[in-house]
Ligand binder design. Sequence first.
Ligand code: SAH
Ligand code: SF4
Ligand code: F3S
Length: 443
Amino acid sequence: MSDLKPEPKKLFIKTYGCQMNVYDSERMAETLGGQGYVETSSPDDADMILLNTCHIREKAAEKVYSELGRYKGLKAEKPDLKIGVAGCVAQAEGQEIMRRQPLVDLVVGPQSYHRLPEMEAKTREGAKALDTDFPEEDKFERLKSRPKAARGPTAFLTVQEGCDKFCAFCVVPYTRGAEVSRPAVQVLDEARDLVDRGVREITLLGQNVNAYHGAGEGGDWSLARLVRGLSKIDGLARIRYTTSHPNDMTDDLIAAHGECDKLMPYLHLPVQAGSDKILKRMNRAHTAESYLKLIDRLREVRPDLHLSGDFIVGFPEETEEDFQATLDLIRAARYGTAFSFKYSTRPGTPAAERDQVAEDVKSDRLQRLQALINQQQRELQDAMVGREVSVLFEKEGRLPGQMVGKSEYLHAVHVAEANVARGEIARVRIVDSAANSLAGVLN
Ligand code: SAH
Ligand code: SF4
Ligand code: F3S
């Protein structure tokens, strides 16, 4: 980097997909900051537009092309505008994106975005830039310096990337590559830096975050050890992690849920389906029973644990009976939140080759599953009324004097006339439960 400050240029980033993309977008904005870019909230005044994309379902991928189409006019008006595609569609489709949409100047995969500055320079010379490598060098080492700007009270921190599980429906092992963990010291340093800048809650991220095994003092660190290490950081009040796989929920990590005060009682633990036949065909390598036992063990050490999950309905060869087994599992597990999707055929994955379930059957099952989840979610939420929770306040509410924050269970909590600052944690008594949030009063 030279000492001469280049002209400020404007960067518009649009993020799709999971929290890891949110984190990556922050890091891409920071690295392009070194090239003189500042972020803008509108594509209209941007010098560079970057779409950070998701490939998980067909609709997600198609959205990217329709969004790109919308920028045609802008590019015609402003020939210097550079348009880039990052993330999982970039990784999966590479050059094909430029062929399908010639206005794209740059395509960068999730493992090579530390090379964005060089790539951006290349596009400024009028060339196209493509990089979807899985490079040898450590992306995070190259990205090391984050600007010292103040931050809000919560932050994401990617500790693990990629996946070796190869669920039969999923593109992630292909778009994000093999499972890799960041060294523990790198994570601890980044966490301390975030806390110095005002962060009070960190969510550790990974496509398979509980498979974390980063190099650390005395050998590889597990996620449990990392959580314990992070909880020693003064000023850091809350730790969460997502997304976990049931097969990587080790004894030590379960124990940490009972012992570590800073680890919040909320766990996203996707199971996908409740029929053992389907789980096997999905290559999940666990059964419905082993999953339910795991939840029992977690609730033994943390009885108030709020559970969250992901479900796929209409996986190839799923019968009504298989689907009923999923509903049974949901009833037994009691979810505080759950995300559900119709199976989407992803070319190149094993399940794409199998007998598909009709679209109307998928829609019907999704509706029934979501009705059950909504009912369960509402019951658990309503049961919070009268209880006391701790709230980390994140922002002002819409009403004067109102503040909004999150409980330890990740419920949004609104507090009227709250004389608290952003980033403060206070005890709140819940007095009402609405569709998607709770209302409380300071205790
Ligand atoms: N690594 C995480 C999340 C993967 S993607 C995990 O293993 O849980 C998030 C969710 O998208 C998955 O849990 C799954 O429910 C859903 N998903 C993945 N591939 C899908 C597909 N082909 N069709 C529909 N939903 C899918
Ligand atoms: Fe995809 Fe399965 Fe890996 Fe999750 S565990 S990212 S669903 S392959
Ligand atoms: Fe989507 Fe890639 Fe995340 S496919 S869900 S953005 S890992």
